[in-house]
Design a protein around this ligand. Structure first.
Ligand SMILES: [Mn+2]
Length: 240
């Protein structure tokens, strides 16, 4: 069994350099995996029932169509940018869907997975903003505003949520995530996989009398990082 884990690709379209690079990664590397774990924020924004999404992200949607048709398994953990994709991913790719965290048995290990946007509890700005932005968008969608208008709104929301995460540059984000992983390991997880902070990481963690592994999938903005699980071996890799 080969599984690939990726997060925070933050696709905005299908044509810029990053998008083409990611598509190449899908075609050359991900296509041979039995399971693809998307740990959130694959898309920088997503609107439900909006045909502009399928248009804007056509090559990626088609790739996932083909992948799932070839019985590739898709596990989708919603991020703070693509949280509206849940129903679509279930309907279209029969994705195993998680809106928060989950504990799965993979390769005989207890694996804790989450996007990671709830790890840093002091990010008050973001925690307050998150429901407000979601509600505003939800309301606009319910009112049946034109597709193009809600599309613009979604792009704006996506920018705002990034402003808030950059406010906390001076905190040791890597350590906060490692400490969080330690807590999960203490509670029984063998492996903890997170994304969201855009800091690829691979660390043996000791928590009390327990030992575990913490991995962060990083991002596709500057890191082009991903994680593989093959024959019970975990690896953090960088795609070139
Ligand atoms: Mn995120």
């Amino acid at each position: 069994m080969k599984a690939i884990f990726v997060s925070d690709v933050h696709l905005k379209n299908s044509t810029d350099e990053r998008s083409l690079r990611f598509l190449k990664f899908l075609n050359e590397t991900a296509q041979s995996a039995d399971a693809l774990f998307i740990l959130g924020d694959l898309f920088d924004y997503w609107l439900p029932e909006n045909p502009l999404m399928e248009e804007n992200f056509a090559p990626f949607i088609r790739w996932l169509d083909d992948y799932s048709a070839r019985s590739g398994k898709i596990v989708y953990l919603l991020g703070n940018h693509d949280f509206f994709i849940g129903d679509f991913s279930k309907r279209r790719w029969r994705a195993e869907l998680y809106s928060g965290d989950c504990l799965l048995n993979l390769g005989g290990k207890n694996v804790y997975l989450a996007h990671g946007d709830r790890v840093y509890q002091k990010d008050y700005g973001y925690r307050l903003l998150r429901p407000i932005l979601r509600n505003r968008l939800t309301r606009a969608l319910a009112q049946g505003l034109p597709y193009s208008l809600t599309f613009k709104m979604a792009q704006k929301v996506s920018r705002t949520s990034r402003v808030y995460t950059t406010l906390h540059k001076n905190v040791d984000c890597k350590k906060i995530y490692r400490d969080f992983a330690g807590e999960k390991i203490l509670k029984g997880a063998d492996v903890v996989i997170l994304g969201h902070n855009h800091l690829p990481d691979f660390a043996e963690i000791e928590a009390g009398s327990r030992k575990g592994l913490y991995i962060n999938t990083g991002d596709w903005l500057t890191q082009y990082s991903y994680v593989t699980l093959q024959e019970n071996r975990w690896e953090l890799k960088y795609w070139k």
